[in-house]
Design a protein around this ligand. Sequence first.
Ligand code: SF4
Length: 60
Amino acid sequence: MAPDAKCPLRPGDMCTLCVPGATGPQDCPTVAEVMRDLDLRARLAELRAEYLDEVRGSRA
Ligand code: SF4
């Protein structure tokens, strides 16, 4: 059963346990890998900002 948590890597999406062995974002190896890498973390921040802009734009 998928956890009741959002995927940190896919803004707006729930965690679907797409990585074998993960029980949620807290022990997802892919999330850990992205968070360890400065460039990937920066790109993720951009994606999150774009997502928030989209969400806010659709509410305006
Ligand atoms: S398993 Fe990891 S990459 Fe997959 S949806 Fe969950 S948190 Fe995101």
